[in-house]
Every structure is written in structure tokens, then in C-alpha cells.
Design a protein around this ligand. Structure first.
Ligand code: PHE
Length: 339
């Protein structure tokens, strides 16, 4: 076959090539138009064409080139127009609108609100305080001795030295502010964030939330404390719930106790949540120490009172058997959607 014949046969090939879609068009481009395509290869042969045929050969090749390029452009426009029409059809304006994801209250907020409601029913109000506190309100007024280990750098985040300013380690600081500024009877809850210099793990965090209660009046006794906590336990954990008090120590209460509630998950038969004891530790409490009352200008000969405090994360963990504290703060929708 002469080179001229080859050019003619290429011309026929280009004309006959069937393009059904984008893939065919790309194959067509590679075969004929691209730098390594058949047309270029033939153009390279130009020097080998006998002199008398050069003119005709050139004319044929130029015609083939033109035809190939026209064919390519035509199909390209057609395919693009089709894609555009399809995209338009995909928008169905009669479909109901996507309203997005609905939010809900964080599990900690739900627990906090419920505890507040339970105590509001028996006359407790709410008090708030600052998260950055003085040493006096967080420690000294609460009868912490000057060398008490809780003041140590390992537990407390100090913001400033001399005078000491720190991130409160408990919301008992709010109770001091209430007693300094209000006259008994006092029945108040202090709720909020507290901070401790702990390594973050499944069971501990450097930031968590507390609810503390304070009741100061004439003739407030330990029996009042016990009944108040039993009422709370039954309201929050269910009417079958029992409580037990174990002696404990806090600088700001005397006597002090740790309160356990009966484990409702296993009905006290023993499970891995209560570690096979049938009891769950939920809060600390006690009668307000006379030194604390005196520090706030309340006469301990006339008034007495009780205080209690609990961690909201811990109580929420017990309630929903959440195994890892860090889940509260990760904003993972798969966790949050369950509440
Ligand atoms: N403030 C104590 C704590 O953070 C809890 C507590 C409050 C204990 C009131 C007794 C009375 O651990």
C-alpha cells in the first residue's frame, strides 16, 4: 500500500468511527488526534512520499486532520450538553426539603436539669459563681489547713500567685460566697464546671461538672441530711433505691460521709458496674464545719447546716452505663444521638 493509499484509508476510518459516549470519544482522540496518533505518524512520513505525490498526499492528510478535529468537537459538545441536561433533571423541586439534623440536650445537661428540678421541689434555689476563684473561697474559708495536700500544684491549676488565683476545684466556693452575702435560712444549689490537674483517662478528666447543695438554718440535723439524700436518690434512681452512708473526711464538714446508692442495674445481685458490691458511690456530704460558718460570719451556736456534692459526669455514667468519661467532650454524633 502506498502512503497515499494509507492516507485515504485513514480518511475512511475517521469518517466511519462510531462515537457513542465519552469513553469512545477519548479513544478516538488518542487514536487519531493525539501527538502519538495515526495522523501524526503519517505526517512524519511526508518526507518519504515521492515528489510528484507530495501535494496530493498533503491535501488528503490536511482534510483528514480537519475531519477528525471537527468530529471530536461535535461529539464533545453533544456529550457535555447531555450531562448538563441530566444534572438539571436530578433536581426534583417537588421533594420535601432536607431539614438537617435535629439537636438535643447534651446528656450532662439533661442530668443536671433533672437534679436541679428534684431539689427545687423541696425549696432549693440556684447560685452561680466564677470559675476563677481566690484561694480564700476555694480553700481557706472551707477550713483547708495551709498545708493541705489538695492545694498542691498537682491538683490545682493556679492562674496567679500572690495573691493566689486558681481555677475552682469544686463548687463549694460558691457556697462560701452565698454564706458571706446572705442570711440564713439558706437552701441553695451551686452548679458548674470545676477543674483539677488530672491526667485525662476513661475515669478522670481535668474538667468536669459538679452540683453541690447547702442548707443552713436553726436546728438542721444529720437526720435532715439523710432524709434529703434519700428523697433525692428515690426521685433520681427510682423508688426502690436504698442509700447507705459511710464515714468519710472533708475539711469543711464534720461529721462527713460518703453516700452509696443501691445498684439498680443488677438489683444488688452484683454486676461489673457496681463491681459486684451491689452499691454505687454517688456523693460526699456532711454537717457544715463550725469554722466554715464562722469564716462566713454565721454564728455556729445559733445555726447549723449540711452540705453535699456530686459529680454530674459520674452520675450520668451510672445512669446510662457509659464506660468512658471522654465521650462527653468529643462531640461525636454517634454518641450524642443516643440521648
Ligand atoms: N466539695 C467536695 C468535693 O469536691 C464534695 C462535698 C461537698 C463533700 C459538700 C461534702 C460536702 O469533693
Amino acid at each position: 500500500m502506498t502512503l497515499k493509499d494509507e492516507a485515504l484509508s485513514l480518511q475512511a476510518e475517521v469518517a466511519a468511527y462510531a462515537v457513542a459516549g465519552a469513553a469512545d470519544l477519548e479513544a478516538f482522540r488518542l487514536a487519531y488526534i493525539s501527538k502519538n496518533g495515526k495522523l501524526s505518524l503519517l505526517f512524519e512520513q511526508f518526507k518519504n512520499v515521492p515528489k510528484e505525490d507530495k501535494k496530493e498526499f498533503g491535501q488528503i492528510l490536511n482534510a483528514v486532520k480537519q475531519a477528525a478535529e471537527d468530529k471530536f468537537r461535535l461529539h464533545k459538545e453533544k456529550i457535555e450538553a447531555q450531562a448538563e441536561a441530566q444534572a438539571g433533571a436530578a433536581i426534583d423541586v417537588s421533594l420535601p426539603a432536607d431539614l438537617g439534623m435535629k439537636g438535643s440536650l447534651h446528656p450532662l445537661t439533661q442530668t443536671k436539669d433533672e437534679i436541679i428540678r428534684i431539689f427545687q421541689r423541696i425549696g432549693f434555689n440556684l447560685s452561680e459563681g466564677a470559675e476563677i476563684e481566690t484561694d480564700w473561697h476555694n480553700f481557706s474559708a472551707l477550713n483547708f489547713a495551709p498545708n493541705h495536700p489538695a492545694r498542691d500544684m498537682q491538683d490545682t491549676f493556679f492562674v496567679e500567685k500572690d495573691p493566689d488565683m486558681l481555677l475552682r476545684t469544686h463548687t463549694s466556693s460558691v457556697q462560701i460566697r452565698v454564706m458571706e452575702s446572705q442570711k440564713p435560712p439558706i437552701r441553695t444549689l451551686s452548679v458548674g464546671r470545676v477543674f483539677r490537674n488530672e491526667t485525662i483517662s476513661a475515669r478522670a478528666h481535668c474538667m468536669f461538672h459538679q452540683i453541690e447543695g447547702l442548707y443552713i438554718d436553726k436546728n438542721v440535723s444529720f437526720a435532715d441530711l439523710k432524709e434529703t439524700l434519700l428523697y433525692f436518690a428515690k426521685e433520681f434512681f427510682g423508688t426502690q433505691t436504698k442509700i447507705r452512708l459511710r464515714p468519710s473526711y472533708f475539711p469543711f464538714t464534720e461529721p462527713s460521709a460518703e453516700v452509696d446508692v443501691s445498684c439498680n442495674i443488677c438489683n444488688q445481685k452484683g454486676c461489673n458496674v457496681c463491681k459486684y458490691t451491689g452499691w454505687l458511690e454517688v456523693l460526699g456530704c456532711g454537717m457544715v464545719h463550725p469554722n466554715v460558718l464562722r469564716n462566713c460570719g454565721i454564728d455556729p451556736e445559733v445555726y447549723s447546716g449540711f452540705a453535699f456534692g456530686m459529680g454530674i459526669e459520674r452520675i450520668t455514667m451510672m445512669r446510662y452505663t457509659i464506660k468512658d468519661l471522654r465521650l462527653y467532650f468529643e462531640n461525636d454524633m454517634r454518641f450524642l444521638k443516643q440521648f
